[in-house]
Design a protein around this ligand. Structure first.
Ligand code: SAH
Ligand code: SF4
Ligand code: F3S
Length: 480
């Protein structure tokens, strides 16, 4: 059964499995070609840029054709069973290429590598190297071990590693939007979730290195950064001399101050941790986008308790009300799981009523998939039949489509500040870009404006996923 995804940049499933391109660092070409493909969340895509940076230093160049690669890396996701199935199917496809070129190195990186560890080598014979998310600095050594005829594994998790000093190679980038990791790991123990096991303990990256990276990005023409963490609201960093304490609100402010023309987005906010201070900071700076991804998972307090989300329905509603009070017009998106253990029709109806209450701008909706080793797998039976999980998913998907449409319709007749990202997917006669509230906006090309520039677009009509309109002269935006 498929998961429904309404794409945005952070959760863009159309990027799943995309091959990434890099060139070797100057003067270091080792003549070997690397093919790297990524699955899962934005964090994994961001990690692939760190891997690319480490390997380009060692002289690798990339290819988009795995059949002529010397090294194939697949950066994997374990979040749901179907994410793992996809990777295994892909590995089968690599088999034929390896049969033709026995010297080829096949490596599994990321969350599945961490979850399965050395077992991977037994399960998938063609895999030569297995590397967890905190061990990428070791990749050059591991490749050497494989060259020497051994299999290689490094799945050590770290309490410190943030790759703060590694300047990611921006892969297949449009030169306008970039992901910036601000923390790694997760200390929450949501009972359904495999991430704390695959990514280890939560740690925050040095704030100075984050601000420097954002400044460098702005100076090289980037106009939007998305700060990434599993729970950005628990970001916490103290300088070595103990004089500076930076929480997430402070970090947002520091990045917003890099330049008023640098848009700042972030993901993911956790309902238990998002503070009014963060909301006031978003409201204070025009360049911090009015868009919050606030996963609810379920509308039922009973189910939220079993999920170990540590908030209840009332708390979540209080946070949504605070967002609307402090940041009028702020867009909100969410994640929902259907058919979690013991979920009754009443629980499900509470999720539906939560969706009715918030009327989310977007939602990412999934059927519960039991993950080995998680608290839920140990404690509760996966007792909701697949057919019921699927029926509940279908129901909320249809509801969300109505809400997304209503949200976009409310923007018609209003002027949107849009950062042009490039041509629309459908036509070279149209540009596309995102509004402050993260809506995709399509409008006819005007030669005076180029990707990376901001334009005012009057929204004239919409589909369920896109606003369409035309550029209007600069001037104060409505609501300013
Ligand atoms: N850190 C983020 C979520 C990361 S995982 C947060 O706390 O919100 C992205 C989404 O995948 C989750 O929000 C959840 O909706 C979904 N998910 C995680 N584990 C899942 C599972 N076992 N089955 C189905 N969906 C799951
Ligand atoms: Fe998983 Fe919960 Fe951590 Fe999100 S906050 S990554 S859902 S354990
Ligand atoms: Fe991300 Fe998937 Fe790992 S969602 S953190 S790549 S399990």
């Amino acid at each position: 059964m498929m998961d429904l995804v309404i794409p945005d940049k952070v959760h863009d499933e159309s990027r799943q499995g995309e091959a990434l391109l890099l060139t070797p660092a100057a003067g270091k070409n080792n003549g070997r070609k690397l093919y790297i493909e990524s699955y899962g969340c934005a964090m994994n895509f961001s990690d692939s840029e760190i891997v690319a940076s480490i390997l380009s230093e060692k002289g690798f160049e990339t290819t988009t054709d795995y059949t002529n690669a010397d090294v194939i890396f697949i950066n994997t996701c374990s979040i749901r069973e179907n994410a793992e199935t996809r990777v295994r199917n892909r590995l089968r496809e690599f088999k034929a290429a390896k049969a033709k070129n026995p010297g080829m190195v096949v490596g599994v990186l990321g969350c599945m590598a961490e979850r399965l560890k050395a077992k991977f080598l037994e399960e998938e014979k063609l895999v030569d190297v297995v590397v967890g998310p905190d061990a990428y600095r070791d990749l050059p050594n591991l490749i050497e071990q494989v060259d020497g005829g051994q299999k290689a594994v490094n799945v050590l998790l770290s309490r410190e590693e943030t790759y703060a000093d590694i300047s990611p190679v921006r892969l297949n980038s449009n030169g306008i939007n970039a992901f910036v990791s601000i923390m790694r790991g997760c200390d929450n123990m949501c009972s359904f979730c495999v991430v704390p096991f695959t990514r280890g303990r939560e740690r925050s990256r040095d704030a100075v290195s984050i601000v420097n990276e954002c400044t460098d990005l702005f100076n090289s023409g980037y106009r939007e950064v998305t700060l990434l963490g599993q729970n950005v609201d628990s970001y916490k960093w103290t300088s070595v001399d103990g004089t500076q304490h930076v929480n997430f609100a402070n970090l947002l402010e520091l990045v917003a101050l890099v330049n008023p023309d640098l848009r700042v987005r972030f993901s993911t906010s956790h309902p238990k941790d998002i503070t009014d201070e963060v909301l006031y900071t978003i409201a204070k700076y025009d360049n911090i986008c009015n868009y919050i991804h606030l996963p609810v998972q379920s509308g039922s307090s009973r189910v939220l308790d079993l999920m170990n989300r540590t908030y209840d329905r009332e708390w979540y509603i209080n946070r949504v009300d605070a967002i609307h009070r402090i940041i009028p017009g702020c867009a909100i998106s969410t994640d929902v799981i259907t058919g979690f253990c013991t979920e009754t029709e009443e629980d499900h109806n509470e999720t539906v009523s939560m969706m009715e209450y918030v009327k989310y701008d977007f939602a990412y909706m999934f059927m519960y998939s039991e993950r080995p080793g998680t608290l839920a797998a140990k404690r509760y039976a996966d007792d909701i039949p697949e057919s019921i999980k699927a029926a509940r998913l279908t129901e909320i998907v249809a509801l969300q489509q109505q809400h997304s449409h209503i949200r976009l319709q409310a923007q018609i007749g209003k002027v949107q500040k849009v950062l042009i990202e490039g041509f629309s997917k459908k036509s070279k006669n149209d540009y596309c870009g995102r509004s402050d509230q993260n809506a995709m906006v399509v409008f006819p090309v005007d030669e005076r404006y180029k990707p990376g520039m901001y334009v005012n677009v009057l929204a004239e009509r919409c589909t369920t996923a896109t606003l369409m309109g035309k550029i209007v002269p600069p001037g104060p935006l409505k609501g300013e």
